[in-house]
Design a protein around this ligand. Structure first.
Ligand SMILES: [Zn+2]
Length: 242
């Protein structure tokens, strides 16, 4: 029973929530003992969770509490039947608590592109929603995007990589094309966005590598647990494929 890294990542997240039974926990531990990347991810996750728990609690400013409370209070002209009053009061109190909790929890500003990409990659693996359209060859995937996007993403199948299919994903609030590839036991998600975003860059987050490059007026963004060198080979192969 060998775990793939994709499964180990999911188990590592379940482990944080105490959702693993003894058997699965043992499988994860055995995998992490032999896989540096997954061991690191496990460590990063537990560090992050500890830091989140240690965050101080901030009381919302009085002005905000007052404004939320007044928005949630029914107008004075509302019918004042007793049962309705009680219900609304409870609902308003609950809504106020929820609004304050959201205020306390939500990070400032939208997550940066690297986080959005890693989240999208994780979503695709977790929800088993890797592809909307399955590929037996690239000619089935390209037309599928027509009418779903306001640009035509190039779809290629470089030698040595299996194109699993395509799907729509959302980045920076807009639908984009995502192509899923298999390389050995690894999954590579390739996000294809219109426009030029400058020279090649790479980054790393939560144990995933990200590589961004340009071709033919498109921005290509590969996200995977494949090494950065591996992603560069993928990019080269992709660029050379007609
Ligand atoms: Zn692994």
């Amino acid at each position: 029973m060998t775990l793939h890294c994709d499964e180990a990542r999911l188990l590592a997240q379940a482990e944080l929530d105490d959702e693993l039974d003894a058997g699965r926990a043992a499988e994860l531990a055995a995998h992490a003992a032999n896989c540096k990347d997954c061991a690191q991810l496990r460590q990063d996750l537990s560090g992050l969770s500890g830091r989140l728990r240690a965050l101080p609690y901030h009381r919302a400013p009085d002005a905000l509490r007052a404004r939320l409370a007044s928005n949630l209070t029914p107008p004075a002209t509302a019918p004042r039947r007793r049962w309705l009053g009680t219900g609304t009061g409870f609902a308003a109190g609950f809504a106020l608590a929820a609004a304050l909790a959201a205020f306390a929890i939500l990070p400032r500003g939208a997550p940066d592109m690297t986080s959005q990409l890693v989240n999208a990659h994780l979503r695709s693996l977790q929800a088993e929603h890797l592809v909307d359209v399955r590929a037996s060859d690239q000619h089935q995937v390209k037309p599928w995007f027509t009418g779903r996007l306001d640009y035509a993403p190039p779809v290629r199948e470089p030698a040595g990589y299996t194109l699993l299919g395509g799907r729509l994903d959302v980045l920076e609030g807009r639908p984009v094309a995502a192509l899923a590839y298999r390389s050995m036991q690894h999954t590579i998600n390739l996000y294809v966005l219109p426009g030029d975003r400058g020279p090649e860059t790479s980054s790393q987050q939560s144990g995933f590598n990200l590589l961004r490059w340009q071709q033919d007026g498109m921005t290509l963004w590969a996200v995977s647990d494949v090494s950065l060198e591996g992603l560069r080979s993928f990019a080269r192969a992709w660029n050379q494929t007609p």
